[in-house]
Design a protein around this ligand. Structure first.
Ligand code: FAQ
Length: 317
């Protein structure tokens, strides 16, 4: 079928019909330019989040309390780098280069998850990141396994399996602290106090304030709304907090019998806006660190390119 025979409107109608019929959109299929751009935005920001997310955890690799914990943490941080690779590769299928994506991260045009702009101050934070941050990420990513763009959906299937291990190891690590000495239990509570609200912010603004949601839901890029996902995360995490014997840092948190769900206090949206606009506790450090690591890795990229070009020359000869 030649697309030149059809008007833009007809193509858009056929595209929406495919999306509505739950057919996956693949890289070479026709797609509205705004769909492509929106996907590049969301997927690249997701990739950047994975890679910047390595920093707060990387901070504790050399200080992990036991060899076992160190091995698990190393494996987890490596997994996050792997997730970024799947996601950057999937984004590149939309006709954008890795260099362009990194440039947008470095000059502040592309965001990454707000949560990674908070510092990891104690060993308990590593458990809290696995339990709450990966836990929140999974709630969202499970729904993204059914996103309409094929390469993104397939990347999510593998990522979710790995994130599930991350979440469990985080919870197990916090369980040890919560059942340990009074000092250890206090560390676990302190970590929960500092990571709880930022974890809720990961789901983005309220649905009414969410700029992209309506269109993204229509195109089935997003399958559930920001508020729905946040509520699902709260409902699944509250019993886990109770099981640990810790207290959620939200005096308004209350089980609502009628709704079969928890009511909770309001997020500090001013803080959220500050953090996503570059003014959180660690934004500058995170980007500076990434720029430095990227510059230091230039020789690896050069070597790979030289090797590729030699290989091509040999093949051509
Ligand atoms: N942080 O209109 P919406 C992980 C921005 S992976 C920063 O609602 P949308 C694994 C948003 O970009 C975590 N910015 O946007 C791990 C937009 O600005 P823009 C990452 C945020 O896209 C664990 C504006 O606000 N996961 O943690 C945030 O429809 C441990 C308006 O918002 C994903 O990226 C935020 N929290 O919904 C790694 C999942 N929220 O772009 C290491 C895929 C909103 O116009 C260690 N992404 N903004 O400049 C999504 O599902 C969506 O993009 C949302 C936001 C739900 C994040």
């Amino acid at each position: 079928m030649s697309q030149f025979k059809y008007s833009e409107q007809q193509l858009e109608k056929a595209f929406q019909a495919r999306v509505d019929a739950e057919q996956k959109i693949e890289p070479k299929d026709w797609m509205p330019e705004a769909y492509r751009k929106n996907l590049i935005r969301q997927m690249s920001q997701h990739a950047h989040s994975e890679v910047i997310g390595m920093q707060p955890e990387g901070n504790w690799i050399s200080r992990a309390p036991t060899l076992r914990r160190k091995m698990v943490l190393l494996a987890k941080v490596q997994d996050e780098g792997g997730h970024a690779l799947y996601l950057y590769s999937a984004t590149e299928t939309l006709g954008v280069t890795r260099d362009e994506l990194i440039e947008a991260l470095h000059d502040g045009r592309a965001k990454y998850a707000s949560i990674f702009n908070y510092p990891s101050l104690s060993w308990a934070d590593i458990g809290a990141i696995g339990w709450l941050v990966d836990g929140a990420a999974i709630v969202n990513q499970i729904t993204l396994q059914r996103t309409s763009y094929g390469p993104y959906a397939r990347a999510m299937v593998r990522i979710c399996k790995e994130e599930s291990f991350h979440q469990r190891q985080g919870y197990e690590s916090l369980m040890v602290l919560a059942n340990g000495s009074p000092e250890q239990k206090a560390m676990a509570q302190d970590a929960l106090n500092r990571w709880w609200w930022p974890a809720l912010m990961m789901f983005g603004p309220h649905d009414g304030e969410s700029a992209h949601s309506a269109q993204s839901m229509k195109w089935k890029i997003k399958r559930k709304s920001n508020d729905e996902l946040r509520q699902a995360f709260i409902d699944q995490t509250m019993p886990q907090i109770e099981f640990l014997g810790l207290t959620v840092p939200d005096p308004e948190m209350k089980w609502n019998e009628q709704r079969g769900s928890y009511d909770h206090g309001e997020i500090d949206w001013d803080e959220f806006q500050r953090v996503i606009n570059g003014d959180g506790p660690c934004n500058r450090d995170r980007i500076e660190h990434h720029k430095k690591a990227h510059a230091e890795g230039a020789w690896v990229r050069d070597a790979l390119r030289a090797y590729e070009s030699k290989k091509r020359q040999r093949l051509a000869a």
